[in-house]
Design a protein around this ligand. Sequence first.
Ligand SMILES: [Zn+2]
Ligand SMILES: [Zn+2]
Length: 96
Amino acid sequence: MNSRYPQNWTDIAYSLKEKAKWRCQKCGVQCIKPGDKTAHLSKSERAKITMVVHHRNYQPEDNREENLVCVCKPCHLSYHTRKRGNISIGQLSLPI
Ligand SMILES: [Zn+2]
Ligand SMILES: [Zn+2]
């Protein structure tokens, strides 16, 4: 676990995703919400519509609402590839 995250991060992230109605705030795609049936989707299809809360300033300890944005995984990846150049998808399993 990354200690830069607050203990209630999961709750913060969840309420933000609820507020965003589980739609990516960048491209508008409808993401998977808890309880959705996703058994018919492949792993990569599921990954594409998994919602992530991103820190606009890349500081995980800055959890002010204006610093947070709910996006789908591909959009999240694009934020980080732009920022760091060569991050791997594996590194993005953390809800940064
Ligand atoms: Zn998106
Ligand atoms: Zn991020």
